[in-house]
Write a protein that binds this ligand. Structure first.
Ligand code: PEP
Length: 253
């Protein structure tokens, strides 16, 4: 049985004081008995404050990006070690906004994934097709390239610490959600790809989140699908009650 995982990607939102207020509200509302993993991914500047706000709870903290080198002349970058020092346990890698606006490639995501795992962080590796690619019938081709490229050379033991997020680009921040059946089809395909890349037991262990306009009113149905092991939540993670409602849906799924 894979434990479900709900992660909030706050993107470039929330000052330190706003982040403290949001994490305190989530902490207050969250069942201490939540059966799922809950991760908050604030911007770099608020990681320390959020880590403090949730310390002693089961809520984990994650970052939204990192560099693959441990240190050096990489102006503006942050390393895995720096994130660990701020009590991060997860890091989102290869989000479509990073691929689209910052030129991230599968090869770069692979280097970051390797570095994150070596530093003891659990990477949340994002993949997903654009609307154009979906309409051209290229979903399988695109996802296969992204999975094989991003997860190349990762050992079976390490793969068990990787979370994959399937985020169809056309569903991110658009209010359009993949139907539970559309999402399940791609999740099952991703699990098959991981089995071919590594082993069936790694594929059975890897958690695959869905991301793309997941909200309290569609979460339960998405999360009821056999290969949907959680959600990566953007917009709805900025509101404590919406985020908690999604966590509760995951608890009951
Ligand atoms: C995301 O950016 O990871 C995301 C899923 O955003 P939203 O929930 O707003 O579509």
């Amino acid at each position: 049985m894979r434990k479900k995982i709900i992660a909030g990607n706050w993107k470039m939102n929330k000052t330190v004081s706003e982040a403290e207020a949001l994490s305190a509200a989530i902490k207050r509302e969250l069942d201490t008995e939540a059966k799922v993993d809950v991760v908050l991914c604030p911007p770099f500047t608020a990681i320390s404050a959020v880590s403090q706000a949730v310390s002693g709870t089961q809520i984990a903290v994650g970052a939204q990006n990192m560099h693959f080198e441990p240190s050096g002349a990489y102006t503006g970058e942050i390393s895995a070690q720096m994130l660990r020092e701020q009590y991060c346990r997860y890091v989102i890698l290869g989000h479509s906004e990073r691929r689209q606006y910052f030129g991230e490639t599968d090869a770069g995501v692979n280097k970051k994934t390797v570095a994150a795992l070596a530093a003891g962080l659990k990477p949340i590796v994002c993949v997903g097709e654009t609307l154009e690619e979906r309409e051209a019938g290229k979903i399988e081709e695109v996802i296969t390239t992204q999975i094989n490229g991003s997860l190349a050379g990762i050992s079976e033991a390490d793969l068990k610490n990787v979370v994959v997020a399937y985020e169809p680009v056309w569903a991110i921040g658009t209010g359009k959600t993949a139907s539970p059946e559309q999402a399940q089809d791609v999740h099952a395909m991703i699990r098959g790809l991981i089995a071919s890349l590594c082993s069936q037991s790694a594929a059975d262990a890897v958690r695959i989140q869905y991301g793309g306009s997941m909200k309290p009113d569609n979460a339960a149905e998405l999360l009821s699908k056999p290969d949907i092991d959680g959600g990566l939540i953007g917009g709805a993670a900025l509101d404590a009650l919406s985020f908690i409602a999604i966590v509760k849906a995951a608890n009951e799924a």
